[in-house]
Ligand binder design. Structure first.
Ligand SMILES: [Zn+2]
Length: 476
């Protein structure tokens, strides 16, 4: 089985990079199911927006897009997205693109005018099947100036003749460059063949981009088919679409200045990929808090287990624990099979995590028969699901330290300053100055630093800042 998730770099220049992500969440799961994944991610390095930007900057357009591609790869790696099997870009695939345009011409589905080549939508009766649009609707809603040379206003360019100040390539129709849509058809055919399993992209690409891709591919080869289209919803801010023109735009890297990459990943997985996802600081705070809780629980579990020799453990667990683990797996895997319903898989983690904490910390749990065996089995089960979701850190303790560092950064405090506050509070408590000790606790809680008292002393952990907690309370 081969799997493609095609998306273009032009989108990362024009729209928030977030929209790309959900299509990157499928690889590990498909591999877990036993599929051999061939993941193609193509980059548009030649298009109107890139050329315009390159001219503004006085830079070569191909260079400019190489730079963006490199940054994009880094962002994806930060977010623990698996790298694609192959990453073709347009400028390296002109022969394949030109060949496909020739095939479409030979099959009578396109026409040439003055060095341009247009696809003739009237020659493809299934046009509009993916988006559910009809050609008549397009005409009625046509707002852009219509090129009077086209046979049908919905016809789109396969090849554009060279214009002043634009990069161009030689072709049978004269010098020029490909239209935007043809590249995806040509590159997917080159790496995956005409029929493949999954094609991804943002909602905004359904029409006209993917509609045009289907038309081109089928016109070039009748057997062309895509089994599943995965279209992700947009990231919104206060329910408005994130966009550069609205000014409510920021990049993955800006978010990662303040939040752990796995917290951002958990946030993005907390909503089904087809739905819009609303970004807010509160959401990111909640996700950070959640990953901290998950990793802390598993870290505590792991620490206890290191005290035991695995060989000395019995090969059984109590029926209650076995049922808890079975339900957990069933729920996670069933929800993933249901169109990658990640939010349900994430929610299913609550029960086994709570069971681990009970076993670790409650009086009843500590006395439970086969306690260590139960902890080992529960920890392993959650770790397996975290692996499938790409949420497993290299080390829990390292990730916890990183989450603490991020929390300090958001609180604009250093570890030393927090320790000093704790000492001041200890002194106040010793002097029975509870007003002061309470004030210190509140001051820290306000910026997301929670103090925890135990017989061994006071420690701190990241928490949702108080003001956000109130927001969360009023929202729920
Ligand atoms: Zn495409």
């Amino acid at each position: 089985m081969c799997v493609a998730s095609l998306r273009t770099i032009s989108a990362t220049l024009a729209t928030p990079e977030f929209t790309l992500l959900s299509t990157c969440f499928t690889g590990r799961y498909l591999k877990y199911l036993g599929y051999e994944v061939n993941y193609v991610r193509n980059f548009t390095d030649v298009d109107d927006k890139i050329i315009a930007r390159a001219n503004e900057l006085g830079e070569d357009p191909i260079n400019l897009s190489r730079r963006y591609c490199e940054e994009f790869r880094h962002d994806m790696a930060y977010l623990n997205c698996l790298p694609p099997s192959v990453e073709p870009c347009v400028s390296d695939h002109m022969p394949q693109i030109i060949d496909m345009i020739k095939q479409i011409l030979n099959n009578g589905c396109s026409y040439t005018i003055d060095g341009d080549v247009y696809f003739s939508v009237d020659k493809f009766p299934e046009y509009g099947r993916l988006s559910g649009r009809r050609l008549e609707d397009n005409r009625a809603g046509e707002r852009v100036a219509v090129d009077s040379r086209k046979k049908n206003p919905a016809d789109f360019a396969l090849w554009k003749s060279a214009k002043e100040g634009e990069p161009f390539w030689e072709s049978p129709w004269g010098p020029g460059r490909p239209g935007w849509h043809i590249e995806c058809s040509a590159m997917s055919a080159a790496y995956l063949g005409y029929s493949f399993d999954i094609h991804g992209g943002g909602m905004d690409l359904i029409f006209p981009h993917h509609e045009n891709e289907i038309a081109q591919s089928c016109a070039a080869c009748h057997e062309s088919s895509v089994s599943y289209w995965i279209h992700n919803g947009f990231v919104t801010i206060d329910s408005e679409k994130m966009s550069k023109s609205l000014g409510n735009f920021f990049t993955i890297r800006q978010v990662l200045e303040l939040y752990h990459p796995l917290a951002l990943r958990l946030f993005l997985m907390g909503t089904h990929y087809r739905s819009p996802i609303n970004y807010s600081d509160l959401q990111l705070e909640s996700s950070s808090d959640r990953v901290f809780y998950i990793f802390q629980t598993l870290h505590d579990c792991e620490r206890i287990l290191t005290q035991y020799d695995e060989a000395s453990l019995k090969d059984s667990i109590p029926p209650g624990i076995a049922t808890c683990i079975k339900n957990f797996y069933d729920e996670c895997l069933a929800s993933m099979l249901d169109d990658l319903h990640t939010p349900v898989a994430l929610a299913a983690m609550s029960e086994p995590l709570k069971t681990i904490n009970d076993l670790l910390h409650t009086r009843k749990g500590k006395k439970q028969e086969l306690r260590i065996e139960s902890l080992a089995a529960l920890g392993k089960a959650i770790g397996n699901i975290l692996t499938i979701l790409g949420l497993l850190p290299d080390s829990y303790s390292e990730a916890l330290q990183q989450l603490r560092d991020y929390a300090l950064k958001r609180a604009r405090l250093t570890e030393d300053q927090v320790v000093q506050k704790i000492e001041e509070r200890n002194a106040a408590r010793k002097n029975k100055d509870y007003e002061k000790s309470d004030a210190i606790r509140k001051e820290l809680a306000a910026v997301g630093i929670a103090l925890m008292d135990s017989p061994e002393g006071t420690t701190w952990r990241p928490a949702i800042p108080l003001a956000f907690q109130e927001l969360q309370f009023s929202a729920s």
